[in-house]
Design a protein around this ligand. Structure first.
Ligand SMILES: Cc1cc2nc3c(=O)[nH]c(=O)nc-3n(C[C@H](O)[C@H](O)[C@H](O)COP(=O)(O)OP(=O)(O)OC[C@H]3O[C@@H](n4cnc5c(N)ncnc54)[C@H](O)[C@@H]3O)c2cc1C
Length: 386
């Protein structure tokens, strides 16, 4: 059920409203999308001075089809943002069409509302400013509105990994690319096209979201263009190519910490290869990162220990990411007959439920439930082990 929430009234500050900002904070979270907002939410009631910055207002710029496992949304208290829910995937290949039962459900959601709801959960002391982040210099972050300092810095800025030491630059970087349109329309199914006539290496999709269809194409090869295929797929479905949005999508796990900075979501390559599902994992690793920061703020852990633990936690998922990347390489090489056989095999509940069960457990929804209270939690506001 939709809940009517006041939409953010502040537009991204421009011109004279872009006054200088600066100063010292306990935590600086760069990026206010899935990963950044998940980190901020974990810091509620710490009493710490937390600043979140993003070049746009919270919820202003949607860059994805916004579909995620329903249980994740429910466990985070975000049900009000749900638009439509699906228990299966309709998969179209050149030689076979099949319905894959998932054993759990996916939901499309309203991006702006979901961000608003996550932001509401942050607690009182966390502030937000619009600012474009340029780079990090030691313990300071340079933005277009001034220099911000904090002993705990999070890069949740997406695929560019702005605060990292090396530039991530397509087409050389390990990136996929995706583009979609959002024409008005309706549908009952989450649909996927695994078909070289749609895209050489990748897939097309149509995700209904009550009143609109999110139709797009993703390519695993960053050199392949996706605009023409997206327009063509929309055309085949009889839809106008309204409301373009697209982005680069990392498909290789990177280091989750570097030079004392925490990276969460696409900045750490947390998007899953093959499916390009990156919302659930941005929330998952954002929560993990936030829990480490919270332990530092509460004096239960040193900053160095938190960095090491978060780095190891992210790295412990490496083999799963590598398995998904292997599958990403293998699927485009399947001949039509083999692809049809695999597609049909997934029609059977046993096969499909097992495979999608493993897939969901890469970042399980139970992780979003409140963490049990630490044995000796003695909150110390503003006490950060630098
Ligand atoms: C077309 C398309 C469709 C997709 N569909 C899905 C889907 O249905 N389900 C799914 O799970 N995944 C999907 N993905 C992948 C998913 O969008 C990403 O993995 C996910 O958004 C990552 O979240 P994030 O918070 O790490 O980064 P982002 O969502 O990219 O957020 C980064 C934030 O940082 C801000 N920012 C960036 N640079 C700067 C800067 N220099 N200064 C200040 N702010 C900055 C941005 O404004 C943004 O708010 C899709 C991707 C694409 C391209």
């Amino acid at each position: 059920m939709m809940r009517a929430l006041p939409m953010p009234v502040r537009a991204t500050k421009r011109g004279a409203a872009r006054t200088p900002i600066g100063g010292d904070f306990d935590v600086l979270i760069c990026g206010a999308s899935f990963a950044g907002l998940a980190v901020a939410r974990e810091l509620r009631a710490t009493g710490a001075r937390v600043l979140v910055v993003d070049r746009y207002e919270i919820g202003e710029r949607q860059t994805s089809a916004c579909a995620a496992p329903t249980e994740w949304l429910r466990n985070l208290g975000l049900e009000a943002s749900i638009m439509q829910t699906f228990g299966s995937l309709l998969v179209r290949t050149p030689r076979a069409h099949a319905r894959w039962p998932l054993g759990w459900t996916f939901s499309t959601f309203d991006y702006r509302l979901l961000c608003e709801l996550l932001w509401e959960q942050r607690g009182g002391a966390t502030e937000f400013e619009t600012a474009k982040v340029h780079a990090r210099r030691g313990g300071a972050v340079e933005t277009d509105r001034g220099e911000l300092r904090a002993p705990l810095i999070v890069d949740a800025l997406g695929w560019r990994r702005v605060l990292g030491s090396r530039r991530v630059q397509p087409p050389e970087a390990r990136l996929s690319r995706g583009l979609e349109v959002h024409p008005g329309g309706s549908g009952e199914d989450l649909e996927l096209w695994i078909d070289k006539r749609v895209i050489r290496a990748g897939y097309g999709w149509s995700f209904p979201a009550r009143g609109e269809l999110r139709v797009g194409v993703g390519s695993f090869d960053p050199r392949d263009h996706v605009k023409e295929p997206t327009v063509a797929l929309a055309g085949e479905l009889g839809l106008p190519p309204d409301g373009y949005q697209g982005n680069w999508i990392p498909h290789q796990l990177g280091p989750a910490t570097e030079h004392g900075v925490f990276f969460a979501g696409d900045s750490a390559g947390h998007c899953l290869p093959l499916t390009a599902e990156g919302i659930r994992t941005a929330l998952y690793f954002g929560i993990a990162c936030g829990r480490e920061l919270r332990a530092v703020l509460e004096g239960r852990r040193s900053r160095e220990r938190a960095l090491a633990r978060y780095h190891a936690f992210s790295g412990s998922h490496r083999w799963k990411y590598e398995a998904m990347l292997q599958a990403q390489h293998a699927v485009p090489r399947l001949r039509p007959r083999a692809l049809a056989a695999v597609t049909r095999a997934f029609e059977r509940g046993g096969v499909s439920h097992r495979a999608f069960g493993h897939y969901l457990r890469i970042a399980p929804p139970q992780f979003a439930l409140p963490a049990p209270p630490p044995a000796s939690a003695a909150p110390r506001a503003n006490a950060v082990a630098a």
